[in-house]
Design a protein around this ligand. Structure first.
Ligand code: SF4
Length: 378
């Protein structure tokens, strides 16, 4: 794993401020502390994207905000909708880096897809250093961590887009999405501090007031950070990208397993579940002739039963440049049956959005290639 690079922008993103830090800055320039609450209300409840609209602030304070902070650190440059329930946004950061954010709609009876329940899958890093062998994000390597402000801005960009479909939530200053999964580009636990700061901003009453239970962090298995998360006050949900039910198989596709093999990972998961009293999810991408054997199904069932965990099976999505194959439906069903026969709670998520480069990181890779070809990216 390489060291974590950072990007220092000309102006810090406003979404990186907490009520405390913003208040301190305002007091320092002779403004009243209560102005922080007004500014944050504009940002989160009223979705302001510029100080110009903050009409209850003085012109002087608005000018100071404009000079001091970046209000547009993330720019949505592509919104690619699938035929089904998934859309992908490509967001450009100030240094030109591209990140992916996915909107997944859950069909509800009598409700159009635009108005249905939505889960937002966010990125926490540009690229990823973990090198999982089946993943498009890992292909281009790791570039840098996102700051807390960029992570919050990523979600606020989605919120503003979705507000049109949920005017009642927008009017009440609530998030216009229902769940967040931290499962996009990057290993969230390798950017732990910024991610937690961002999620605390979203959770705060001065932020979006978004419940911690509606947020799932997904990790490839960074054991010390799982234990740290177990000690957090806020009860976020945890998903483990397992993808191999024995060290031998897991190591073939996930280099992280060398540092944190199953004999370290499983006890950390047990500790998290004990402290939070909550069911974990084990993510398992099914890849033909790698981890879809009956032995793997049996070993996975044993782990799931031990942890009282839910298993989410995802048949592999083809990634250009990688040789892995999606198992046939028959093989998928056979795997599921073994888990069900052992009373494991299991879902098989036949991935939505093939037509929009659904595997994580693919849209970014393709767009970068195209931009490079057009001379728009170094
Ligand atoms: S699967 Fe997740 S942790 Fe693994 S390389 Fe891809 S983004 Fe990184």
């Amino acid at each position: 794993m390489r060291g974590m690079a950072t990007f220092v922008p000309a102006k810090p993103p406003i979404h990186g401020e907490t009520k405390e830090t913003l208040t301190a800055r305002l007091v320092e320039i002779g403004e009243s502390a209560f102005r922080a609450g007004q500014i944050l209300e504009w940002l989160y409840k009223r979705r302001a994207t510029s100080p110009a609209v903050m009409t209850n602030l003085s012109a002087k304070l608005r000018a100071w905000l404009e000079d001091t902070f970046d209000f547009g650190s993330n720019e949505v440059i592509l919104n690619k909708a699938s035929n089904d329930v998934t859309s992908k946004l490509l967001q450009r950061l100030r240094d030109g880096s591209l990140i992916e954010t996915v909107i997944i709609r859950a069909p509800q009876e009598g409700v159009g897809l635009d108005h249905s329940r939505k889960t937002i899958c966010i990125s926490t890093q540009v690229g990823c250093a973990m090198g999982c062998r089946f993943c498009a994000s890992g292909l281009a390597g790791f570039k840098r961590n996102l700051s807390a402000g960029e992570i919050v801005a990523q979600l606020m960009a989605v919120c503003r887009l979705e507000d049109a479909h949920h005017p009642e939530k927008a009017a009440a200053g609530l998030a216009s999405f229902d769940n967040i999964v931290v499962m996009g580009m990057g290993e969230p636990m390798m950017n732990y501090d910024a991610l937690l700061a961002a999620l605390k901003t979203l959770n705060a009453d001065w932020g979006l007031g978004f419940g911690a239970r509606r947020v799932t962090l997904s990790t490839s298995g960074i054991v010390p950070k799982i234990l740290q998360l177990a000690d957090e006050q806020l009860g976020f949900r945890l998903a483990i990208s397992l993808h191999g039910a024995t060290n031998e198989v897991r190591e073939q596709i996930m280099p992280v397993n060398k540092a944190y093999p199953l004999e370290k990972l499983i006890p950390a998961c047990r500790e998290f579940a004990k402290k939070h009293g909550r069911m974990l999810t084990l993510e398992f991408i099914l890849i033909q002739d790698v981890n879809d054997s009956l032995d793997q199904a049996r070993a996975l069932a044993a782990i799931a039963n031990d942890l009282h965990a839910h298993v989410n099976l995802i048949p592999y999505n083809k990634v250009d440049g990688l040789e892995w194959i999606r198992p046939s439906i028959t093989r998928q069903d056979r795997f599921v049956k073994i888990l069900k026969d052992r009373n494991v709670s299991v879902t098989l998520r036949r991935e939505k959005g093939h037509d929009i480069d659904a595997a994580c990181g693919q849209l970014r890779l393709k767009t970068e290639e195209q931009m490079r070809a057009q001379g728009l990216l170094a």
